[in-house]
Design a protein around this ligand. Structure first.
Ligand code: 2HG
Ligand code: ZN
Length: 413
């Protein structure tokens, strides 16, 4: 064989592994997590094409984030070079050592942690084999947005680290666009918890049933907006020239669904069937479908005009929160005990716009809202800035949504 990496010189600043190092690793991983057996280490030293080959003496098999963190923290302090390894199916020599790096294989971290079948969110460890994940979600009626030839061996961690494209890219776009959160161990062992958007607990609130719309309309759904009746009342009162398409309807919630497919008559039939079925099932009490562009823009005018209508009252305090969809409206109801509130937003993204109305800006009103809103959102592991940004308003509040490690990392990067 030949290795194409020989032009890279081993950096003399890296230490050479010794027996104390091996003893330390055994103390954290146990004997079975520390592999020195020549045959087993040899397999991990070479890529599957036999093209790239390193000379590592040690293969480590952590089983948890804590163990990965301890390994990296130790290697960092000892200046031992490390190569992380997943399914070792790469084509560019990225998953094997070049010299004597310690190989940290994620093969033992192959657990599916949770699957939220309301929102279609999978949380799993980095060492899960792609095909196993596909089979798992397919049994739940979903599919992975990634498929590729090496699926039987490659790990999702490696897929994400290389932003693997594969066979479904044309439909679902890049894998990074499908990753909602990550837990990351930095080279110095620091654990960065950026998983917050993945933590769903599914304690049922009726709003989650509205997600059935998402499943039924699937590929043609292009907007899924919700607003409570306070929003509709306010829009009717303050916006000129808009009409309530459901005039005699004292319902608590309204949803505006837009579909954009390639065949108008097919889309319309699908939407009508969905509405009919939802009404029969009691999920939806009443609904109308826009018959032409001008009706459709009237519907949109109501939804888009809520923000504009909210400032007509005098003063408005605006919060832009990402919250697990099942809990999305709980905060609105909790706030309503104290102040006048509008709840609306992008339900499809779990993004609530919480608007608090007041006759004037006043410290005593603000004291009713903050820090409660931020603390509540933080306790749900939500985000205090879903789409509007932090700005002057929330520059000092970032810690409610990001760990100190993540904040300090973004300061230096
Ligand atoms: C919207 O979705 C905008 O209407 C504005 O993001 C939200 O004013 C707001 O709170
Ligand atoms: Zn918005």
């Amino acid at each position: 064989f030949s290795t194409t990496a020989t032009h890279i010189q081993r950096n003399p600043a890296y230490s050479v592994l010794n027996s104390d190092d091996v003893s330390y690793f055994k103390s954290i991983l146990g004997d079975s997590g520390v592999v020195q057996d020549e045959d087993r280490v040899a397999v991990a030293n070479v890529d599957w094409m036999g093209k790239y080959r390193g000379a590592s003496q040690l293969l480590l098999l952590p089983k948890s984030t804590t163990e990965v963190s301890k390994i990296l923290s130790y290697c960092n302090s000892r200046r031992l070079a490390v190569v992380p390894q997943g399914g070792n199916t790469g084509l560019v020599g990225g998953s094997v050592p070049v010299y004597d790096e310690v190989i940290v294989s994620l093969v033992g971290m192959d657990k599916i942690i949770s699957f939220d079948n309301v929102n279609g969110i999978l949380t799993c460890e980095a060492g899960c084999v792609l095909e196993n994940l596909s089979t798992f979600v397919e049994n739940e009626g979903f599919i992975m947005p990634l498929d590729l030839g090496a699926k039987g061996s490659c790990h999702i961690g490696g897929n994400i680290s290389t932003n693997a494209g594969g066979l479904r890219f044309i439909r679902y776009g890049s894998l990074h666009g499908n990753v909602l959160g990550l837990e990351v161990v930095l080279a110095n062992g620091t654990v960065l918890d950026m998983l917050s958007t993945l933590r769903k607990d599914n304690t049922g609130y009726d709003l989650k049933h509205l997600f059935i719309a998402r499943r039924n309309l699937g590929e043609i759904l292009s907007a899924f907006e919700f607003m409570d009746h306070h929003c509709i009342d306010l829009a009717m009162k303050h916006l000129e020239g808009v009409q309530n398409p459901l005039p005699a309807s004292p319902y608590k919630f309204y949803v505006l669904i837009e579909t954009t497919g390639s065949d108008e008559s097919y889309d319309k039939a699908k939407l009508e069937a969905f509405l009919l079925r939802s009404m029969e099932d009691g999920l939806v009490a009443d609904g109308v479908i826009a018959q032409d562009i001008s009706q459709a823009s009237n519907f949109w005018r109501i939804r888009e005009g809520i923000s504009e209508a909210s400032v007509k009252v005098g003063a408005v305090y605006k919060y832009d929160l990402s919250i697990p969809v099942e809990k999305l409206y709980d905060i609105v109801e909790e706030m309503r005990i104290r102040v006048e509130v509008l709840g609306y937003g992008h339900l499809g993204d779990g993004n609530l716009h919480l608007n608090i109305l007041s006759s004037k800006y006043d410290e005593s009103v603000l004291a009713q809202i903050e820090p409660f809103v931020y603390e509540w959102t933080s306790a749900q592991r939500g985000s205090i800035s879903a789409e509007h940004g932090l700005g002057l308003m929330k520059a000092e509040k970032i810690h409610y949504s990001k760990s100190p490690e993540a904040v300090s990392l973004s300061m230096v990067s």
